[in-house]
Design a protein around this ligand. Structure first.
Ligand code: ATP
Length: 239
């Protein structure tokens, strides 16, 4: 069986700077996979390359066996990939409900869209209470929930999540990770999760990739990574 997402030898540059130096990775349907690495390792650039926000110079990105590298982001989204960028990126002057509706843009199945609103409100009850509030007035955690909910409204088969726990208190981080697990388990959405919080990410993901300066330096099932002395020392804060 071929992978849902298959990234092959991708190179991405910012002008003369090579940010991704030949990365290959795969995500199977329904799987959660994490990419860990220090600041500047190239994790966000990798997600942006997959979603079409940045073009790659070399390599291929295959989604459901079709090439999607260097396509426009709206084309990639319509194919079934939802990107939740770092920093939440909600529309602050629009209400929660309007933000979610934008996520469903292009979908013709009105009844299913209605049901998906309810699913998002069930996962994130705070969003239901605040559905008529402007997104800019939400807390950081609620904006993160909204960004995930908005991507879900596009009914993706793969979600790219960029540091969903960034700046959140530990309890809220736990909540966000529980919801990621539920969206994956109950809705069958595969997840490619970029995280600084290696512990939480390896607990939720089946498989992990470690990136350093634009390259994958290690890749293994999560339990193996958690047991590795190098990973413990450099990413899990233990030696
Ligand atoms: P972070 O967690 O800090 O976002 P990251 O692993 O996601 O780190 P990237 O943001 O992908 O890393 O950055 C990879 C490299 O590309 C870094 O050296 C960074 O300085 C560089 N870079 C990122 N964005 C740009 C840009 N717009 N222009 C030039 N260089 C960039």
């Amino acid at each position: 069986m071929s992978a849902l997402l298959d990234v092959r030898n991708v190179e991405t540059f910012y002008g003369p700077i090579m940010a991704i130096a030949g990365v290959s990775l795969a995500v199977n349907a329904g799987q959660i996979v994490t990419v860990l690495g220090a600041n500047g390792a190239g994790k966000s650039t990798l997600l942006k390359t997959i979603s079409g926000a940045i073009d790659c110079r070399k390599g291929q990105v295959l989604f459901e066996d079709k090439e999607i590298q260097n396509r426009d982001p709206d084309v990639v989204a319509a194919r079934g990939i939802g990107h939740v960028p770092e920093g939440r990126d909600v529309f602050p002057f629009m209400t929660v409900e309007e933000n979610l509706l934008i996520g469903a843009y292009g979908r013709g199945d009105r009844d299913a869209v209605k049901r998906d609103f309810e699913t998002v409100y069930q996962y994130f009850p705070d969003l239901k209470t605040k559905k008529h509030d402007r997104a800019g007035f939400l807390s950081g955690g609620q904006q993160q929930m909204l960004a995930i909910g908005r991507a879900f409204m596009g009914r993706p088969r793969l979600m790219l999540l960029d540091e969903p726990s960034l700046g959140l208190a530990p309890l809220l981080t736990q909540t966000i990770f529980q919801i990621i697990r539920r969206i994956n388990g109950e809705q069958g959405v595969a997840v490619l999760l970029v995280e600084q919080n290696a512990h939480a990410a390896l607990e939720v993901a089946e498989h992990g990739f470690i990136m350093e300066v634009g390259r994958i330096v290690m890749d293994a099932p999560s339990p193996e990574l958690m047991a590795s002395d190098d990973v413990k020392e450099f990413y899990l804060g233990q030696s």
